[in-house]
Write a protein that binds this ligand. Structure first.
Ligand code: SF4
Length: 341
């Protein structure tokens, strides 16, 4: 088995080093495939500059430290700009808006797909660029940012008493400062019909120190129940710092769920998913969904088969308690809920 990197050059954080602030981790993230491969001592030929020009590379060094020196490393393959992204072979059927975000827009940056739940595109930024991202072509420039930009959407949510749950998404909402998130959660808490605030994020996975005191403060004081939906795809993404960040969120009163995207030759194996679900429930993070890939342009080479998903779910059912078995779903644009597979 390949060795997982404990430390790599250029100041990548080793597991024993004191954590840097999350903003600093964002600032020093690796922004090119060439540099990423160089840090891993891998040949600098196996990437596509054209793909990178279309969707920039962005990988925190904390995440790179969990990779192995192996071109097939499951973490590396999620973030390296590969030639398949721009290849004709994989381009047929790829969509710019695979899940119907545009049709679900009720105000710039405010989406509503399902009864009782509205989604606010809180930020266009992410702490990692996942090459299979279903929103890799989303027009983030159209989504207003910050308290002054969110006002119009908040006015709509204030008037619409049918909205019980507000989902903060993006991009990644945890790339926003805690003072702005504190303000936003405070505004939502004043709407008595909003009972739940759900935060979809991958930041604590890739930069665990994002779960800082300032963040825990607004989680602790929220009247509305706070749900975090994490996004972990592979057990190799989990380390002691991530586990500690989950403990802190739990202690602050949040409910923790995880969603995974089924990725060909990365995590579409019963053994890998079993290990992932085991580790998640041991941290009291409930496996929520395994998503069949959204057919976004540039990412079809990641698509696994529905049969693989079924085999995984059967294996999980045979080896885990029911609460540890996620639902295998796909999102079909225009449908009133996720579609079970
Ligand atoms: S963190 Fe989420 S929104 Fe951001 S690139 Fe990855 S999958 Fe897309």
């Amino acid at each position: 088995m390949a060795t997982i990197l404990a430390s790599i050059p250029d100041g990548v954080e080793a597991t024993s080093a004191p954590p840097v602030r999350w903003q600093e981790s964002m600032r020093r993230a690796v922004r090119s495939s060439g540099e990423l491969l160089r840090l891993l001592d891998l040949p600098e030929s196996d990437f596509s500059g054209a793909a990178e020009a279309e969707f920039p590379v962005f990988v925190p060094r904390e995440f790179i430290a969990r990779m192995s020196r192996n071109p097939h490393d499951p973490l590396l393959r999620q973030v390296l700009a590969s030639p398949e992204e721009t290849s004709q072979v994989w381009s047929a059927g790829g969509l710019i808006d695979p899940v119907g975000d545009n049709a679900a827009t009720r105000n710039p940056g405010l989406l509503q797909k399902y009864v009782g739940r509205s989604l606010l595109i809180t930020s266009g930024a992410c702490a990692i660029h996942c090459r299979y991202c279903f929103r890799r072509h989303y027009p983030y420039q159209t989504a207003p940012k910050g308290p002054s930009g969110w006002h119009a959407s908040l006015d709509i949510l204030r008037e619409d008493v049918s909205v019980e749950e507000v989902i903060l998404s993006g991009g990644d909402p945890l790339t926003v400062t805690d003072s702005q998130l504190h303000w936003l959660v405070g505004e939502l808490n004043q709407m008595t019909h909003v009972r739940r605030i759900r935060i979809h994020t991958r930041v604590p996975v890739v930069i665990p120190q994002r779960v800082c005191e300032e963040l825990l403060a607004w989680v602790r004081t929220s009247r509305a129940a706070i749900y975090f939906v994490l996004h972990v795809n592979h057990p190799q993404e989990i380390d002691a710092k991530f586990a500690e960040s989950m403990r802190q969120l739990r202690t602050a009163g949040a409910t923790l769920l995880n969603q995974t995207v089924l990725l060909r030759d990365i995590n579409d194996s019963p053994a890998i998913q079993l290990e992932l679900c085991r580790q998640l429930v041991n941290m009291q993070v409930l496996p929520y969904y395994i998503h069949h890939l959204d057919r976004v342009a540039g990412a079809l080479h990641f698509e696994s088969t529905v049969e693989s998903g079924h085999a995984i779910i059967e294996h999980l059912r045979n080896n885990l308690p029911g609460y540890a078995v996620p639902k295998f779903v796909r999102e079909v644009a225009g449908q009133p809920s996720k579609t079970p597979l």
